[in-house]
Design a protein around this ligand. Sequence first.
Ligand code: PLP
Length: 378
Amino acid sequence: MPSPAKRSLAIDGSFEAFFTPPPEGTIRLTVGEPDFPTPRAVVERAKQALDAGDTHYVPTAGKRALVEAVAAKLKAENGLDYDPGSITVTVGAKEAILDAALVLLDPGDELLVPAPCWHSYAAIAAIAGARAVPVPVRDGDFHPDTGALQAAATPRAKAILVNSPNNPTGAVYAKAELQAIVDLAADRDLYLISDEIYEHLVYGGRRHYAVASLPGAFERTVTVNGFSKAFAMTGWRMGYAAAPPDLAKLIRRIHMHAVTHPSSFQHDAAVVALTQCRPDVDAMVAEYDRRRRALHEALSKVPGWRCAEPEGAFYAFPDIRGTGLSSQAVYARLLAAGVQVIPGHLFPGGEGFLRVSYAAEMPLLAAAAARIEAAFSP
Ligand code: PLP
């Protein structure tokens, strides 16, 4: 028998293999998706589209109205001047990241990623035959460490992936921190992939800055965003990539040959999300913020834990090194106490931490916090 391609064997499967369904009654704070329904107007528009027979191929980059709405959004909210022809609507932000990796990375190239980071980046780099290099962020607040990135930027480095607001740490990078990364990319002639999927989920007066809007960034950046997190549309699988024309053309080709486009009857609904649903997003963000503050306060009291203030997304990322236990051991203790979280070791660079999602209703969070505190009280 021949053997499967080496790149497929390089893809880490530990995340999927780790989770078995927890015992009944366990409070699950593991999910990375909104617990709210998709806004009604979006759902209704998709139903209308189905009834009207909008069930055939559409332009591979996305319906004209949608790419124009994305371009208008990027201009109005992010100060980005993309021609609609440089935008590709993808099957979730995930496809956009994969397309960008396949366009930018050759086998043997390195993709620098401030870490702890989302587990799929390493897998995506591996699919491209490349390697993700986790570069530690600052201990304490999870903000990027430019010196560490500089040191990691060997001649094999081809691109830096920036994810702010961040999964799993919840960090929201300041403008000057992003500019320092852009300057480093310009200095070392690296591309940038900016995953801005959590852009609307920022709290405490913080602001999200689009990497490509910063001086020196546009020509070397692929901007990735989507509908999953802000609009509670994870199951729709709608995202987009925007890039300078030469890169956009290559992204479009990979997209076309891999998936053609996301389902036709979703495109007009996605326009509704972008143009009519800001109030829905604001209401969800206000509720996440309420939960964030309550969870942060509760987790800060757990003996042996330190919890940096979650600044964005919907995750707290407490530091459990003070307990003297591994992430896996803390995970097991919490599971026995009736709470399931994600142990940090499943994220590159995340050993010593836990990811606790607050995409769960307040009473559940309060009950979970009580169980966690009891599990760690002497
Ligand atoms: N980027 C990050 C950091 C994520 O956490 C996720 C989903 O969990 C994605 C991208 C994927 O988003 P989508 O559902 O649009 O593919």
